[in-house]
Design a protein. Structure first.
Length: 133
């Protein structure tokens, strides 16, 4: 009976360790994106997976929270922005989606105690179209 309990304990600890490694891997290494669709503007774009929508402020700013690290969130967002047309205007870079006709004008990531937050600011149309550098 003692040997059986030892085997069960070792097996259980092994499963817990594997699960914790899996969770940490998902939090710190980019693991993909999920689609967000604004109920206000009907515009959709991808955000880092394992993120939760909090609110949409000022009509064109979507706020999210995530357990993922700031580094992982930044890398995932930057990978997504590479899929858009890059527009240089007024010494800034904007990202235009021609299929839905909207521009991501900026994003912010802030570190929290447990959850990290990020905001994606966008606008309808091709932002700064007449003032391209």
């Amino acid at each position: 009976m003692k040997k059986r309990n030892k085997i069960i304990l070792i097996f259980s600890v092994g499963i817990i360790i594997c699960y914790m490694i899996f969770l940490l891997w998902q939090l710190f290494i980019p693991v993909g994106t999920q689609k967000f669709k604004s109920e206000i503007t009907n515009i959709s774009f991808n955000v880092p997976s394992k993120s939760f929508f909090k609110e949409e402020c000022c009509m064109f700013a979507a706020n999210f929270t995530s357990l993922r690290s700031v580094k992982s969130l930044r890398k995932e967002i930057e990978n997504e922005l590479k899929k858009y047309e890059k527009i240089r205007c007024n010494n800034k870079i904007y990202y235009y989606d021609i299929t839905q006709d909207f521009t991501i004008t900026e994003y912010h990531i802030s570190k929290g105690l447990i959850f990290n937050n990020f905001t994606i600011v966008y606008d309808k149309g091709k932002y700064c179209e007449n003032n391209v550098d």
